[in-house]
Design a protein around this ligand. Structure first.
Ligand code: FAD
Ligand code: NA7
Length: 494
């Protein structure tokens, strides 16, 4: 285990910078192990002035409010489906989202969770200081409290500062546009919305906004869902388009301006030519940048990757300074996901204070995209698997199906929109390299497969275990058509 640079005494065993998913998990686990822990957390307001409490991105402006809004949108779909299932007196056209009510209820829940974090830190004996922390030297952290400059020392320091939305270098971006930092607490209805970006934050927001009844357009610079299986990304996009989301492909914004009536004029260029269109709200979802520059890393001698502003670490999450660690979104190469931040925080605390030698493993991390047609995946996309083991060594099984949930719906009677893809390595007895599922409850379906992939599950193992009937997840056990074989992937009967 790495040791501090000198044998000095420190006020704290561990100082954690950032009280988000990773930082809180690490601080709590270290507190549990008996360490004296201090956690700093402070949220600099967004350019629109939005701010929030302890807990970081996931709880306040990420996973939690996003999933609640996705759920609100899905309820709209259920209302539309209801007559097809025999319900009388349900009128989809009369049903309308009350945006302020939704925001209020989402924010109440978020505040409850954020407040809960304070209690959890307290119960583990962790000191929490709501201030911006930066390095003064490798063991000393500087901060301001009630206008007074202060310092505190720690034996080990964990950087868990996460990131914030990146604003593209386009005139008017910061002045007139919002980001995911602002959307979930937006006090007025978004109206006609433009979502800039085509990764999962943009598509998820565009998906629920469309389903909540807002006229929504996605501006796509290149491809949908970079890093995900591209065949499935296209299916996600096609479903959204069929269900009302507009797409402007190969188009990028060049200027945002505000009219007197409050509408935003978006000038863009690309495949659609030079375009000008008015929107009520422009949501920028063009990536996230870690807030490492504010940490004064030079004072501690911690190296940062200049392009990404992320911090390189070794297998133990140690930076180039052996007693300073980095976890979560700010760590170079780590997936930007809450469960990875949490687990790496816990594992690190156990290494530092619990005598553990365990290291975080970042492969086979399951993830879900909460678009209207949900997409869950674990392991490699088809194209990446081919890059890794060579195209001729990959065999792909696939199948499309109609989720029973939608089978008798007039609203969603689209045949075969559910889809499963199992990407296997022929040279290793068809060991599964990637598992992809498109359909209802994708996160629930994919979550349980993580141990199987980690343990090297083979295609024939999927077939030999008994699935549950009737459910969408059983399609993973039953998929049998080899992609490219000429046999239709469409499922027959039961
Ligand atoms: P954060 O949670 O961002 O926490 C860092 C904290 O440190 C923040 O509170 C920050 O203000 C504070 N801080 C920063 N610098 C300092 C400083 N110098 N001093 C004091 N405090 C500081 N992940 C999923 O797994 N599933 C999802 O469905 C999902 N949906 C998402 C949806 C959206 C819209 C977004 C934006 C993200 C989503 N994520 C999702 C990603 C997830 O939120 C992040 O991966 C996760 O929060 C990262 O945790 P972290 O601890 O690294 O950082
Ligand atoms: P990502 O995953 O970094 O994706 C950014 C998207 O924005 C992607 O589609 C980019 O297109 C697009 N982009 C980036 N810059 C621009 C400009 N200048 N103009 C137009 N489009 C642009 O970011 P997300 O915000 O979706 O998610 C970040 C993480 O947060 C994610 O991993 C989650 O864990 C939470 P490109 O493909 O580069 O052409």
């Amino acid at each position: 285990m790495a040791t501090p640079s000198d044998s000095g005494t420190y006020e704290y065993d561990l100082i954690v910078i950032g009280g988000g998913s990773g930082g809180v998990a690490c601080a709590k686990a270290a507190g549990d192990a008996g360490a004296k822990v201090l956690c700093f957390d402070y949220v600099t307001p967004s350019p629109r002035g939005t701010s929030w409490g302890l807990g970081g991105t996931c709880v306040n402006v990420g996973c939690i409010p996003k999933k609640l809004m996705h759920r609100a949108a899905a309820i709209g779909g259920d209302i539309a489906d209801a007559p097809s299932f025999g319900w009388e007196g349900v009128d989809r056209k009369a049903a309308k989202i009350n945006w302020s009510e939704l925001v209020q209820r989402v924010q109440n829940h978020v505040r409850k969770l954020s407040f809960g974090y304070r209690g959890e830190l307290r119960s583990k004996g962790v000191t929490y200081i709501p201030a911006i922390a930066s390095f003064k030297d490798p063991h000393t952290i500087a901060y301001k409290q009630r206008g007074e400059d202060k310092t505190v020392t720690g034996k080990y320091i964990v950087i868990a500062c996460g990131g914030r939305p990146t604003y593209p270098d386009v005139p008017g971006a910061k002045e007139y546009c919002i980001t995911s930092d602002d959307l979930f607490s937006l006090s007025t209805e978004p109206g006609k919305v433009l979502c800039v970006g085509a990764s999962y934050v943009s598509l998820e927001c565009a998906g629920f906004l469309t389903e909540l009844g807002f006229d929504t357009t996605v501006m796509v610079r290149s491809i949908l869902l970079r890093g995900f299986d591209q065949e499935i990304a296209e299916k996600v996009g096609a479903y959204m388009e069929e269900h009302g989301t507009k797409f402007q492909k190969e188009q990028t914004p060049v200027a945002f301006a505000k009219k007197e009536d409050g509408k935003i004029i978006v000038k863009s260029t690309g495949k659609l030519g030079d375009k000008e269109e008015e929107f009520d709200t422009v949501l920028l979802a063009t990536g996230r940048t870690p807030v490492t520059e504010a940490l004064n890393l030079e004072a501690a001698g911690v190296k940062m990757d200049a392009r990404t502003k992320k911090i390189p670490v070794d297998k133990t999450a140690a930076t180039n300074v052996p007693f300073i660690y980095c976890i979560g979104d700010a760590q170079l190469g780590a997936p930007e996901l809450t469960p990875t931040a949490i687990l790496s925080g816990k594992i690190l605390a156990k290494r530092l204070f619990g005598g553990s030698l365990e290291e975080m493993v970042y492969t086979d991390v399951p993830t879900a995209v909460f678009t209207p047609l949900e997409y869950g995946s674990i392991g490699l996309p088809e194209e990446k698997a081919k890059d890794v083991v060579g195209e001729s060594n990959v065999v792909v099984y696939h199948g499309s199906f109609t989720p029973l949930e939608w089978a008798i719906s007039d609203e969603r009677s689209h045949e075969g929109e559910g889809y499963v893809k199992v990407v296997c390595d022929k040279t290793r007895e068809e060991t599964v390299m990637g598992l992809h599922y498109l359909g209802p409850n994708a996160a629930e379906v994919i979550n349980g497969w993580a141990p199987s992939l980690r343990l090297g599950v083979r295609k024939r193992d999927l077939e030999r275990v008994v699935g549950i009937h009737p459910c969408c997840a059983e399609e993973i056990n039953n998929v049998s058509v080899i992609k490219g074989s000429g046999v239709s992937e469409a499922k027959g009967g039961c």
